[in-house]
Design a binder for this molecule. Structure first.
Ligand code: AMP
Length: 420
């Protein structure tokens, strides 16, 4: 299989699928350009080799072509970061775009308009009436799948080689993230640096695991993490479950959790997961104490309590000192660490101590040689808040894509290129 380093792009046109789905403010200024910067090494290498790039991305969730979601808003920043005047195609398909792509010379770049302006990108029908019958829905789906083939072929026709560097959408079987790869032979489709780095990091954790392997799963709800927890129970030595889900577990075992966040329909599941951990010999570590608050606010009155003895009118918003000791000791002695989800409401400064302690322990273990992967929205925000992003082994850029990989799923965007 070709890699970014093995492939010589000289004289070649590359279609590069990136994830430039960046946040914009009301004046269309980019508020965080991390995703653009993440794709720069791939794009620059192609241009440096003497190739040209056709850049494809989505932005937001448009229902059709609309200026609000136009990629032209980000064109100046893309040009600035690439150090070339990037051209723009105001439509991702059509004869004008074809001509622009055909005229690209070595070292030149063309940014296509938002791929999701076409329903064919996602392959989902649009504008279906809410009361559409099953038959109507099925026929609309079939119709868009048919036109999707043509759309995909057109995108592929611009280039000699396909590069996927969009980890954020690798779990989607869309035209430009997966289907397009069928139009290129094995020697002419490859992962960009970012996507390759993400795959390498996840596989280092999930497949070439050095033990002990500890996963820390936090966040607000157990329901959104069930599949991941199940899959992790087959892989980890230690599983720290924290954050809001603590209280579902505490209640499931007869605890008094006051007004803490809880999923009452998941109490059986909590008991089942504890049993599963026992059967599989996994050391399941749950918080024993909490920093409690008399309201969900940074300025609430606070106290400490056992997670099973929280008075009514109070709720657990962070772990307490005993849990902090328990968690950090396990983390410090680990060789592989996966962190997804804060252990408390880290957005409030008065309740970020637990997450900070976890982050500190991960940094310390990493310094001693452990491999640490931090990923999934909020834990990334955590390491950024604590200034630890460059002191862990890898910070993933993927939300859903990362979680699906940890769940053990094969991602369409990855399979389309390497076959598995
Ligand atoms: P998730 O998106 O499920 O990973 O959840 C992340 C959110 O969980 C963050 O915004 C945290 O503030 C929140 N969270 C963590 N611990 C708690 C808690 N004890 N009570 C309520 N929310 C929490």
């Amino acid at each position: 299989m070709q890699t970014m380093d093995s492939f010589n792009f000289a004289g070649k046109k590359a279609f590069v699928r990136v994830d430039f789905n960046v946040p914009l403010d009301e004046n269309f200024h980019i508020t965080d350009d991390t995703r653009i910067r993440a794709a720069v090494p791939t794009l620059k290498k192609i241009l440096r080799d003497g190739g040209s790039v056709i850049i494809g991305s989505h932005l937001g969730r448009p229902k059709g072509a609309t200026d609000k979601f136009s990629l032209r808003h980000i064109l100046p920043r893309v040009s600035e970061l690439l150090g070339v005047d990037v051209q723009f195609a105001g439509d991702c398909i059509g004869s004008e775009t074809e001509a622009k792509a055909a005229a690209l010379r070595p070292g030149e770049a063309l940014l296509l308009e938002n791929l999701r302006f076409y329903a064919e990108e996602e392959g989902k029908p649009r504008g279906l009436a809410e009361n559409a019958t099953e038959e109507e829905t099925a026929s609309a789906k079939k119709a868009v799948k048919e036109t999707q083939k043509e759309f995909t072929k057109k995108l592929a026709s611009y280039a000699d080689v396909y590069v996927n560097d969009a980890f954020g959408t690798a779990h989607r079987a869309h035209a430009s993230t997966a289907l397009i790869a069928d139009h290129f032979d094995a020697e002419h489709k490859l992962f960009g640096y970012l996507l390759q780095n993400e795959i390498t990091a996840v596989e280092k954790v999930m497949k070439d695991t050095e033990r002990p392997f500890t996963a820390i799963m936090g966040g607000s709800k157990v329901s959104s993490k069930i599949e991941i927890i199940r899959n992790l129970l087959d892989k980890v030595d230690n599983l720290i479950l924290a954050g809001g889900m603590t209280y579902t577990f505490a209640k499931a075992f007869g605890g008094n959790i006051g007004d803490s966040i809880v999923e009452n329909d998941k109490l059986d599941l909590a008991r089942e997961l504890v049993e599963m951990a026992k059967e599989k010999g996994v050391n399941l570590v749950l918080a024993t104490d909490a920093k409690i608050a008399d309201s969900f606010s940074n300025d609430a009155k606070t106290n400490f309590a056992s997670v099973k003895e929280i008075p009514n009118g109070w709720e657990g918003l962070d772990i307490g000192p005993e849990s902090e000791k328990l968690f950090t000791e396990v983390i410090r002695n680990s060789k592989t660490i996966l962190w997804n989800g804060p252990v408390g409401v880290f957005e409030f400064d008065n309740f970020d101590r637990g997450s900070r302690a976890v982050s500190d322990a991960i940094v310390e273990a990493t310094r001693k040689g452990a491999f640490s992967l931090v990923g999934g929205g909020d834990s990334v925000a955590c390491v950024n808040k604590f200034g630890h992003a460059d002191q862990v082994s890898y910070v993933s850029t993927g939300g859903g894509a990362l979680l699906e990989m940890i769940e053990g799923k094969v991602l369409p965007g990855i399979k389309a290129i390497r076959g598995y």
